[in-house]
Design a protein around this ligand. Structure first.
Ligand code: URA
Length: 271
């Protein structure tokens, strides 16, 4: 391959990653490329850079997941309003994601009394920088879809985790588990009539099922709180980031929204 063809292939791969939301790559260990180059030139290599202090210290200080979960449950239960819940999340130190490069906690947007709660996967780069969920490209598409379905002022929007996972990777089950008491508390405080679970990671965490999103999207499931005290109809749908990559799938997501709107507009509780 010519140098030019290599360059074009590399640019195309990077554009594909960027389109998929990948804007950073992390290795497990720091790698000193300057030292590698220096070695090749037979110049004495510099010692490798130490691991960033804040991250190492924070990891060591992180309690294990069971302790983190207990702390999250305790704090979430004590939050009497969504503003209190937002403050508690912002100060919560036991979620490991907090120490993996996230700039700030990203909790929610939308009316505090809403008939619909949309639960996405995790904040991305734009959300991390603004501190608001679904404000990047996927969020703009979500907004257009909600507007077209007449749901803009009826939707409270949040995620399964509140810190951006490094490199936009999918949050792990334990990261989602640690944040789950806050998600449940948000549901209890907003009191939506239905949940819309955007994407596989959200559907898996909230419904505790392993099915592929394409086989369960557009169907109604019963969401249950951990203690079994709350129950709500929940519909998994395709994630807007997926729709940006596969525009032909927008039709399916639109069908899901229509099914959801039909249920929301049935006579019942207000909002
Ligand atoms: N994707 C999500 O799942 N959540 C966001 O907030 C943004 C993008």
């Amino acid at each position: 391959m010519s140098l030019d063809a290599h360059r074009r292939a590399t640019e195309s791969l990077i554009a594909f990653w960027a389109d998929s939301g990948v804007d950073a790559l992390y290795g497990d260990e720091p790698f000193d490329r300057l030292a590698e180059g220096a070695q090749r030139l037979q110049v004495k290599a510099r010692p490798p850079e130490p691991t960033p202090l804040k991250s190492a210290q924070a990891r060591a200080a992180s309690p294990d997941i069971a302790d983190a979960l207990a702390a999250a449950r305790h704090l979430a239960a004590a939050a009497g309003t969504l503003d209190e819940l937002a403050a508690v999340i912002a100060g919560f130190e036991a979620c490991p994601l907090r120490y993996d490069g996230a700039r700030q906690a990203v909790f929610s947007r939308g009316p505090h009394a809403a008939s619909l709660m949309v639960i996405g996967e995790a904040p991305g780069a734009e959300e991390d920088s603004q501190g608001i969920p679904f404000v990047g490209r996927a969020g703009k598409l979500l907004d257009r879809m909600l507007a077209a379905a007449g749901l803009t002022d009826r939707a409270f929007i949040t995620n399964t985790v509140f810190w951006r996972p490094p490199g936009n990777r999918t949050p792990t089950a334990s990261e989602q588990a640690v944040c789950a008491p806050f998600v449940e508390r948000a549901i209890a405080l907003v009191q939506p009539r239905v949940l819309l679970l955007a994407g596989a990671a959200s559907a898996k965490a909230l419904l505790r099922r392993e099915d592929g999103i394409l086989s369960i999207r557009g169907r109604w499931f019963e969401w249950r709180s951990e203690d079994g005290d709350m129950e709500l109809p929940a519909m998994p749908t395709l994630h807007p980031a997926f729709l940006l990559r596969q525009p032909a799938a927008k039709k399916k997501a639109w069908q899901d929204l229509l099914t959801l709107t039909e249920r929301l507009d049935r006579p019942g509780r207000p909002h």
